[in-house]
Design a protein around this ligand. Structure first.
Ligand SMILES: Cc1cc2nc3c(=O)[nH]c(=O)nc-3n(C[C@H](O)[C@H](O)[C@H](O)COP(=O)(O)OP(=O)(O)OC[C@H]3O[C@@H](n4cnc5c(N)ncnc54)[C@H](O)[C@@H]3O)c2cc1C
Length: 498
């Protein structure tokens, strides 16, 4: 078979899933991965005898995973068990209130005390509209290749009915009277690093998707999901070369010819697919001296999104909660507007913290030895464009997190602490090659006027493809799996034209 060698940069979910489909089709597929283990974001962190997942605990749209395994004649149940998470997530307000998202809208309404009569009607209207947006979004944007020259949110594509330029905040202010319900229903863009005050309201399809298909946790953690993908990839004939870092994607006469690695070796290939951070791929891996590629320019025009400070801690005992927590929680700040101003406007470390709090023992008890406790804090912070000096600030910021966290527990967390590790934006830049340490690729706050991601098929470098969070249709496992499928289909369709 001609034109059959594929080189993939990065063994994250995007790289592995496109690799599985191509290897099963008879392509010679090799993944080069800079780290010694696969998984990218889904690689866990070990603190003593506790394994902490960093990302990928929440799996929604599980039919995409079924479809990937079925596409190569396998059944996912032979490789992986997904367990439904119920209830899904709890939002904790600084005072007394909290809000729990259940799979069933009726449970969400009945089991949350925040809903007065008017807000119940608002919630029903919000849910119906969110479902319609999801129904439109999937076939018109999510599942379809997109070209940068055509803005898919332009009126001719039919999205005008839900006016994507409206912010989540303005929609929730119209539908809800309770301040708490307004904050929650504007909050969803934060799942992709978007500012709740300004990002488009179309992120409301995140809870709509969670409620339609449910939320699942891979038994054994996100690591088990990655191991299943690696197993399948290798069974299909693919190879992974670890501890190998791409330094440049080689381009000759406007088409890729292969990749040069940091050890100066060259891997020739007919197709190159990058699962590495899209901004980094375009800014650092593509040789743009000889040509001025519009793809490189497009990546330069987009700002990187916010970053994260991740703090894993193991405790002597299971901590006693003052307020009941679930496996997945969102801890909201005392002053939401000030938090938004500090994080997104002034690009400072916020005084009033908002963070995701995962309690690993409640998600999968096998993770944490019985007598011990474990907590993971995932806290949005500015990316490395800001002036935060992380080597100096990390410890102070860790103290700030501990102070805020302490309000949720009876025990003295500091004296119970037996192990800890934190990951800063600098780690994200250095170990994942994430441009400016951005956690979710490009800044979604520009999205009301422009699409943040780049097309999967590079428009002006022949046989270069992009998958992963910064590529179409965007971050989160469903977006990354879908982008990989689109890239695969484009490669197959392109070969037929040869
Ligand atoms: C904190 C956090 C929590 C999240 N939780 C969830 C969740 O619960 N559910 C969900 O659906 N989504 C979640 N997401 C999003 C999801 O995890 C990501 O969108 C997804 O994992 C991205 O996968 P990827 O394949 O694009 O990239 P990555 O995971 O970033 O993988 C890229 C790989 O490329 C490698 N690489 C980079 N540069 C080079 C180079 N030059 N040479 C060789 N290799 C290179 C890296 O080492 C890495 O292994 C979360 C994201 C974050 C940040």
């Amino acid at each position: 078979m001609k034109n059959n060698s594929v080189l993939i940069i990065g063994a994250g979910v995007g790289g592995l899933s496109v690799g599985i489909r191509l290897a099963a089709e008879g392509f010679r597929v090799r993944i080069i991965e800079k780290n010694s283990l696969p998984g990218g974001w889904l690689k866990p962190t070990k603190v003593g005898d506790v394994t902490f997942p960093n990302a990928g605990c929440i799996v929604t749209m599980p039919h995409q995973i079924d479809a990937l395994f079925e596409s190569v004649g396998r059944s996912v149940s032979d490789y992986l068990t997904l367990e439904e998470v119920s209830p899904i997530i709890r939002f904790i307000f600084p005072e007394e209130n909290d809000y729990t998202l259940h799979r069933e809208a009726a449970d969400t309404l009945m089991k949350n005390s925040l809903f007065g009569l008017q807000d119940q009607q608002g919630y029903t209207a919000y849910g119906k509209r969110s479902d319609r947006i999801l129904d439109e979004f999937l076939p018109k944007f999510f599942e379809k290749p997109y070209k940068r020259s055509r803005n898919p949110f332009a009126p001719e594509f039919g999205f005008r009915s839900y006016r994507p330029q409206r912010s989540g905040q303005s929609v929730s202010e119209r539908l809800f009277t309770s301040e708490e319900l307004r904050s929650i229903h504007a909050f969803w863009p934060m799942f992709c690093g978007g500012n709740p005050a300004v990002s488009s309201h179309f992120y409301r399809m995140i809870p709509a998707a969670m409620q339609r298909w449910g939320v699942y946790y891979p038994k054994g953690g996100p690591e088990a999901f990655i191991n299943a993908l690696v197993k399948l990839f290798e069974e299909c004939g693919g190879e992974i070369q670890y501890n190998s870092e791409a330094e440049a994607i080689q381009v000759y006469n406007g088409a890729v010819t292969g990749v040069r690695l940091t050890d100066n070796s060259i891997r020739m290939a007919d197709y190159v697919i990058s699962d590495a951070d899209t901004a980094y791929t375009c800014r650092s891996l593509i040789d743009s001296d000889r040509f001025r590629y519009s793809t490189v320019e497009a990546a330069r025009m987009r700002k990187p999104g916010i970053s994260l400070f991740i703090y894993h801690m193991t405790l002597r005992n299971t901590p006693t909660e003052k307020r009941p927590l679930l496996g997945f929680n969102v801890i909201l700040p005392t002053d939401m507007q000030q938090w938004e101003r500090e994080l997104f406007g002034e690009k400072q470390l916020p005084d009033h913290l908002m963070f995701y709090l995962n309690c690993p023992a409640k998600i999968d008890p096998a993770y944490v030895p019985e007598e011990k406790g474990a907590l993971s804090v995932i806290c949005p912070v500015p990316n490395l464009d800001s002036e935060v000096n992380w080597p100096r600030e990390s410890y102070r910021f860790r103290e700030h997190i501990l102070d805020t966290l302490q309000d949720l527990f009876e025990n003295d967390l500091r004296s119970d602490l037996i192990g800890e590790q934190y990951i800063t934006p600098v780690t994200l830049r250095d170990s994942f090659n994430s441009y400016q340490g951005a956690a979710w690729g490009f800044d979604p706050n520009q999205e009301r006027t422009e699409i943040r991601c780049l097309p999967n098929r590079c428009e002006d470098i022949v046989n270069l493809y992009l998958v992963g969070s910064g590529a179409h249709p965007g971050p989160f496992l469903p977006g990354v799996l879908q982008g990989a499928e689109i890239a695969y289909k484009q490669i197959i369709a392109g070969r037929k034209d040869l």
